[in-house]
Each structure stands twice: as C-alpha cells, then as structure tokens.
Ligand binder design. Structure first.
Ligand SMILES: [Zn+2]
Length: 207
C-alpha cells in the first residue's frame, strides 16, 4: 500500500475511534443510585434549587446557591452511595466533618468541566485517581453523622463548574484540599452563571 493511502486509512480509523469515544463520554448519569441513574430521577430539598438566595448566617455571607441539594433517594440511612456523573479525575479532597468535599475534573469533547460534592462521608477515592461513572466515591451521611452535624445536612450539595476551581495551599487540617470553588462568592446571576452551570439543566441536556 502506498504511504499516503496508509496514512489516509490510519486517519480514518483514528477519527472513528475519537468520535466513538466522545460519544460514550457525552452521556451523563445521575450521581445517585436511582433507576438506571437517569438525571430526571433527581429530587431536590425544599431550598435546594440552583440560584436560590441564601441569607447570611454566622460565619457564612449571603450568597446565591451555586449548586443543588440532592435529596437522599430512599430511606437508606446506613450506606446511600454517591457516584461521578462522568469519567473524571479526583483533584481535591477534604474529609473534615460536615464540609467534607470532593472536586473532580472531567473532559467532555473538547471542553473541561468540574463537579463538586459536599456534605459527604466515607470518601472512597484518592486525589489523582481516575474514576468511572460506576465508581462509588462516597456516601450520604448516615444517621449517626446527621445526629452529630445536624439534620439540615440530610442531602449532599452538588455543583458543576464552568471555570476551573482556584488552587489553594493545603494545610494540616485539610492536607488534600488543593482547590476551592466560588461557592460563597456569587451575589448576582451574572457572577453565578459565569462560574457555574445549573446542574439539572446541564445533566438533562446530555441525557
Ligand atoms: Zn447546597
């Protein structure tokens, strides 16, 4: 076979491979164990919607809600698992109490986006680890943890970031917390939508 023909054939195979890989990555799953993991099954807490105004409270300034608060999908108060919505890499982790958090980096077609999970427990993954949509990464708080932290945390907070999270120096209390998002910094819709997607709209657009 002539060289240029071989190269053309190789290019076609590569293009086909790239396209089929991208296709499998474009569908996103719900982060909770609902039927078939379809995003339409996600239910929010009463004040859990994206963009809702949060009044100032001790230690926390007033802000717009930068994510969604996802209801526990059933009555499993022992071990209700949480999953990634797509293949990704763990880039930040904190394990301290009610603010325990994971941040994942994802590549979708040519774009990157990031997901943040907060108010989670029993984190099962390490920073640098690649995770698949069926990798269990953490779970909802169990009954004992809710008794300890407060039942207002009977959900987990989920964000989808448009812009890269900001690097922060880890400290001794949170040695693997390498990034933060603008969770408390959005005060109007312009700030909110410049940093975040509405997770339910983003998920359903890729369903
Ligand atoms: Zn929240």
């Amino acid at each position: 076979m002539k060289d240029y023909k071989r190269i053309t054939l190789l290019s076609i195979i590569l293009l086909w491979l790239t396209t089929s890989c991208n296709n499998s990555e474009t569908s996103l799953l719900s982060p909770i164990a609902t039927q078939n993991r379809t995003p339409s099954q996600i239910q929010l807490t009463e004040i859990g919607d994206f963009g809702i105004e949060r009044k100032a409270r001790p230690g926390i300034p007033a802000h717009l809600h930068t994510g969604i608060d996802i209801k526990r999908p059933g009555n499993n108060y022992i071990h209700e698992p949480i999953f990634p919505i797509a293949t990704g890499t763990i880039i930040s982790k904190r394990k301290d109490g009610p603010y325990a958090q994971l941040i994942l980096e994802h590549k979708l077609e040519r774009d990157s986006f990031w997901t943040l999970y907060e108010h989670i427990a029993e984190i099962l993954v390490e920073v640098g680890q690649t995770v698949e949509p069926n990798t269990e990464i953490a779970r909802y708080f169990n009954k004992e943890e809710l008794d300890l932290y407060g039942w207002q945390f009977d959900h987990f907070h989920f964000e989808i970031l448009k812009s890269a999270p900001s690097p922060i120096p880890p400290n001794s209390k949170t040695p693997e917390r390498y990034f933060i998002s603008n969770t408390l910094n959005c005060h109007d819709m312009e700030e909110l939508t410049s940093h975040f997607y509405d997770p339910l709209i983003f998920l359903s657009s890729k369903e």
